[in-house]
Design a protein around this ligand. Structure first.
Ligand code: IFM
Length: 768
C-alpha cells in the first residue's frame, strides 16, 4: 500500500519501504528508519555514507556542550562503516539504481538494497542491521554484494569518525586502535569529559570463505581494515560487522567494555544475535501491539509510532529522560520536555507501567536541578527545566530561534516562563498512582516531587488584593507563540490540580504512612502552616471559566482582544517562509492564531471538569485558529473531538498526528534552528489516541473502564492491557466489545464497559 510516491507498507502493516535515493529525504528517512533500543539510536543510512548524509549514532547520557550554546547528546564514531571501491569508483546507494530502504517494525531491523553497474558488472548490494535489545550496547550488520561478472574490489570495513553532529564536535580527537580483529575509537567529550568508546569487528567472506585483511588504515578520523576481494561471476561477498558503543557513564573503562562486547558478539552468528533481540521485541509487542483491521495506513502509522515511542524510552534506566526527538538525532538536545509526561509516558501506563515509573523516578532524581532553577529565578521548591537532561538543570538556551530576516538571535523565554512543566509532572504522577496503585512510588518519590512543586507554585503565584485571588503572571502556556501572558487557563488549572494532589498526598501519608511523612517533612522543613498556605492558594486561584453564553474559555487574560484572524491569513504576512511566528515580533503574536493546542490541552487532560457543550464550543473556536505548527497539537484536538462525538474529525487528527514523520509534514528547520527528527510526542499521542481515545480505555475512580468509539472504516481494534497484576486483551468491533483475561491472572478482573460492570475470570472472555 503506497503511503506516498516513495513510501509503502506491506499488507501485514509491519514493513515499511522507501523507494529511490533522494538526498532531500535523507534527514527524514534516516530518522524514520532508525534502529534503536532506548540506549542508542543508529540512523537509517547505508554503510558507506557519512556526515553529509546525516549518519549518526546517538548515545544516551552523553550530554556535552561543544559550541558554547547547545548542550546535546554526542554522536559517536560510526562503527558500521563499509565502503567498497572498484578502482577509483565508489559503490553506494547514492550511485545505485533500484534503491530501496526498509524498516521491519516487528524486529527493529533496517535493510537496504540497490543495484549498480560497475565496469560492465551488475552488482546487487543488500544490507541488514539492528540495534540489539538483548545487549543495549550492541549493533550488528550484514552487508552483501553479489556480482554477475568477475570483479576486483577494495573493501574498507571499520569505524568512521566523520559523522553528523548538529552543534559542534563533541569528540575533538579520538584514539583509534586495532586489537587483533577488533578496532576501536575512543574519545572524550570536550566540555563534559565523558569518554565514548566504540568497537567493531568486521569479517569478510566470499561465498562463506573468510578473507584476511590486507592492511589496517588509520587516516582522516577513520580506522578500517582494507580487504582486497576478487570475485568471479556469481560470487557473493559478505561483511558481517559486530559493534558496540559504551560511555564512561555506563562503566569505568568503556573502551575495554566495548571491545569485550564485540569479542563476545562475534562468538555468535548474526542470526543468533537477531534472535536474541527479537525475543525482547516479542515481549514488547505482546504488551503494546494494537491491531487495526480495515485501515492499513492507520495500522502502519500506529505501529510506527509505538515503535518510535518505545525505542526513544530509556526503559533500562531510571535516571534518563525521553528526548523530544528520542535518539533519532541531537535536535532538542536529547532532553525531556513536558512532552515526556503528557505524551510519551501515558502511552506506557496500561502497557509497560515500569517504564512510566522509571521516567517518574527520573524526575525525582532531577529534583535538585529543579530546585536550583527555582532558586536562581527567585522562587522556592522545584521549577522543572523546560529542557531537562541528566541533572535536571535547565538546558534551554536563552536564545533559541533567530530572526531570519536580520540574523539576530531571539530571546525566547521557554526556559524561564514556561512553568507549566512542574504541575504537569505532578498531575502525571497523580495519574500514574491512580492507575497503577503504586503507593510505594508515591511514598518514596512522588510525594517529595508533589510537595516541592506545590512549594514552587505557591511562590510563583501572585495575590491580587483587589480581586482577592491568586494569579499566574508572566508565563508561557502550551501555545508558544504567545509569551509573557497572564492566567493561561491551562496553566492555572494544572496548577490547581497539582496543588490539590500535593494536599491530598499530605493527608494520605499522614494517615497511612505517618513515619515516612514525618521524615520527609523534617527533610523538607515542611510545616502544617505551609500546607494551609497551599490550600489557600488552591481555593483562591483564579480558574478562567467558560463564558455563560458562548461557552468559551479564554486562552489567557485578554486573549480575545487580539486580532481574530485565521492561520492562512497570518501566513500571507510572512516575509520569509522560515520566519519564526512567535515572540517578540512574529506574525502570530498580535493575533489569536496559536501554534498548538492550548485550551484544548486543558479540555483533554481535565475533561471531567467541563460539560460537553463547553468542550464543543471551545473545540470549534480554537481548532480553526490553530496552525498545528507543533507536532503536539493534533493529538489533543483529536481527544477533544472524540469527547464531543465528532469521530470524523478525530480520525483526521489521528491521521495527522500519526503521519507527521512518515509523511514528513513538519518543518525540519524553524527560525534557523534544526528541529527535525522523530517527533516522539506525536508518537506517544498517536498511541494514546488509539487506545485511550478510540479504544476508550480509562481508569475511572480506580476501576478499569472501556468506552470505545470505533472509526467507521475500522473493522476492529484490538489492544493489550496491563492492569495492576492482570493482563487483558480488548477487542472492539462495530458491534461488540470482547474482553479476554489472561489465564495467569491472579483472579477475576472487574471492568466497566460503557455503563455495565462485568467481571472477567482468568482465562475467560466476556463479550458485550
Ligand atoms: O514541548 C514542545 C513544545 O510544546 C512545542 N515545541 C516543541 C517542544 C518539544 O517537542
Amino acid at each position: 500500500v503506497q503511503l506516498t510516491d516513495t513510501l509503502s507498507v506491506d499488507q501485514t502493516g509491519w514493513h515499511l519501504t522507501e523507494i529511490g535515493w533522494n538526498p532531500d529525504r535523507a534527514v527524514a528517512v534516516g530518522s524514520n528508519f532508525l534502529c534503536g533500543n532506548g540506549y542508542l539510536g543508529y540512523r537509517g543510512t547505508t554503510p558507506e555514507q557519512g556526515a553529509e548524509d546525516y549518519v549518526a549514532l546517538v548515545v544516551t547520557d552523553t550530554y556535552d556542550c561543544a559550541d558554547g550554546l547547545w548542550r546535546e547528546l554526542t554522536t559517536a564514531p560510526n562503527p558500521l562503516f563499509v565502503a567498497a571501491r572498484r578502482g577509483a569508483g565508489p559503490i553506494g546507494a547514492a550511485m545505485g539504481d533500484h534503491v530501496s530502504t526498509s524498516l521491519d517494525l516487528r524486529s527493529g531491523t533496517f535493510s537496504a538494497r540497490y543495484e549498480q553497474v560497475i565496469d560492465g558488472a551488475n552488482v546487487v548490494v543488500e544490507v541488514e542491521r539492528f540495534a540489539s535489545y538483548d545487549n543495549l550496547h550492541l549493533l550488528a550488520q550484514r552487508w552483501r554484494l553479489r556480482s554477475d561478472s568477475a570483479l576486483t574490489l577494495a573493501l574498507d570495513v571499520g569505524i568512521d569518525g566523520q559523522v553528523w553532529s548538529l552543534n559542534g564536535d563533541h569528540l575533538p580527537s579520538t584514539v583509534r586502535t586495532a586489537h587483533g580483529d577488533v578496532l576501536s575509537a575512543v574519545g572524550t567529550t570536550g566540555e563534559s569529559g565523558i569518554t565514548v568508546a566504540v568497537a567493531a569487528a568486521g569479517s569478510v567472506d566470499v561465498n562463506g570463505e573468510l578473507l584476511e585483511a590486507n592492511e589496517t588504515v588509520d587516516a582522516d578520523g577513520r580506522i578500517v581494515r582494507r580487504v582486497m576481494v576478487d570475485l568471479t561471476a556469481g560470487d557473493e561477498v559478505t561483511v558481517r560487522t559486530t559493534a558496540a558503543v559504551v560511555s564512561s557513564n555506563d562503566v569505568g573503562n568503556p573502551a575495554d567494555r566495548a571491545v569485550t562486547i564485540v569479542g563476545e558478539g562475534i562468538e555468535q552468528t548474526y542470526d543468533e544475535l537477531v534472535d536474541a533481540s527479537c525475543l525482547v521485541w516479542d515481549r514488547i509487542w505482546e504488551a503494546t501491539d494494537v491491531i487495526v483491521e480495515g485501515d492499513i495506513v492507520s495500522q502502519a502509522s500506529l505501529r510506527f509510532s509505538a515503535y518510535h515511542n518505545r525505542i526513544s524510552a530509556p526503559a533500562h534506566s531510571d535516571h534518563l529522560p525521553v528526548g523530544a526527538r528520542g535518539l533519532s538525532c541531537q535536535a532538542y538536545q536529547g532532553a525531556a520536555f513536558w512532552d515526556q509526561e503528557i505524551y510519551n509516558l501515558p502511552a506506557f501506563l496500561f502497557s509497560e507501567p515500569e517504564i512510566a515509573r522509571n521516567l517518574l523516578i527520573y524526575r525525582h532524581r532531577t529534583l535538585d536541578g529543579a530546585r536550583r532553577k527555582a532558586q536562581r529565578l527567585g522562587h522556592r521548591g522545584a521549577f522543572f527545566a523546560w529542557i531537562s537532561g541528566v541533572t535536571g538543570d535547565e538546558l534551554c538556551p536563552d536564545f533559541f530561534f533567530e530572526d531570519v530576516l536580520t540574523g539576530r538571535p531571539i530571546r525566547n523565554h521557554f526556559n524561564v516562563w514556561q512553568m507549566h512543566v512542574s504541575p504537569d509532572v505532578v498531575t502525571t504522577i497523580a495519574d500514574y498512582v491512580h492507575i497503577t496503585g503504586d503507593e510505594d512510588y508515591l511514598v518514596d518519590f512522588g510525594a517529595e516531587i508533589a510537595f516541592e512543586v506545590a512549594r514552587f507554585l505557591r511562590s510563583f503565584v501572585r495575590y491580587d488584593d483587589v480581586r482577592q485571588s491568586y494569579h499566574c503572571i508572566r508565563l508561557l502556556g502550551p501555545d508558544e507563540w504567545h509569551e509573557n501572558v497572564d492566567d493561561n487557563a491551562f496553566t492555572n488549572y494544572q496548577t490547581h490540580a497539582a496543588l490539590t494532589f500535593a494536599i491530598e498526598t499530605h493527608e494520605r501519608l499522614s494517615t497511612s504512612h505517618p513515619d515516612a511523612l514525618s521524615d520527609l517533612s523534617r527533610r523538607l522543613d515542611l510545616t502544617d502552616l505551609e500546607i494551609d498556605r497551599w490550600r489557600h492558594v488552591r481555593d483562591h486561584l483564579v480558574l478562567p471559566g467558560a463564558d455563560p453564553e458562548s461557552g468559551l474559555i479564554e486562552q489567557f487574560d485578554r486573549f480575545f482582544e487580539l486580532e481574530d484572524v485565521l492561520p492562512d491569513t497570518v501566513a500571507e504576512r510572512l516575509l520569509d517562509p522560515e520566519e519564526y511566528w512567535g515572540w517578540p515580533n512574529g506574525v502570530a503574536v498580535h493575533t489569536q492564531v496559536s501554534k498548538q493546542a492550548d485550551v484544548a490541552m486543558l479540555l483533554w487532560l481535565q475533561r471531567n471538569r467541563f460539560p460537553v457543550e463547553v468542550l464543543r464550543a471551545n473545540y470549534h473556536y480554537y481548532e480553526p485558529r490553530c496552525s498545528h505548527a507543533s507536532s503536539l497539537s493534533h493529538a489533543a484536538f483529536g481527544m477533544v473531538a472524540l469527547d464531543i462525538g465528532e469521530v470524523e474529525a478525530a480520525v483526521r487528527h489521528f491521521r495527522s498526528t500519526a503521519t507527521i514523520d512518515l509523511l514528513n509534514t513538519n518543518d525540519a528547520v524553524v527560525g534557523g534552528t534544526f528541529i527535525g527528527g522523530i517527533h516522539t510526542a506525536a508518537c506517544g499521542g498517536t498511541y494514546q489516541l488509539a487506545v485511550q481515545g478510540f479504544g476508550g480505555l480509562q481508569c475511572l475512580d480506580g476501576r478499569l473502564a472501556i468506552r470505545p468509539v470505533l472509526p467507521p472504516d475500522w473493522a476492529s481494534l484490538t489492544y493489550p492491557v496491563r492492569w495492576r497484576d492482570h493482563r487483558l486483551s480488548v477487542a472492539v468491533t462495530q458491534t461488540e466489545i470482547a474482553v479476554t483475561a489472561d489465564a495467569a491472572n491472579p483472579g477475576p478482573v472487574e471492568v466497566t464497559i460503557g455503563d455495565r460492570a462485568i467481571s472477567v475470570p482468568a482465562g475467560e472472555s466476556v463479550t458485550v
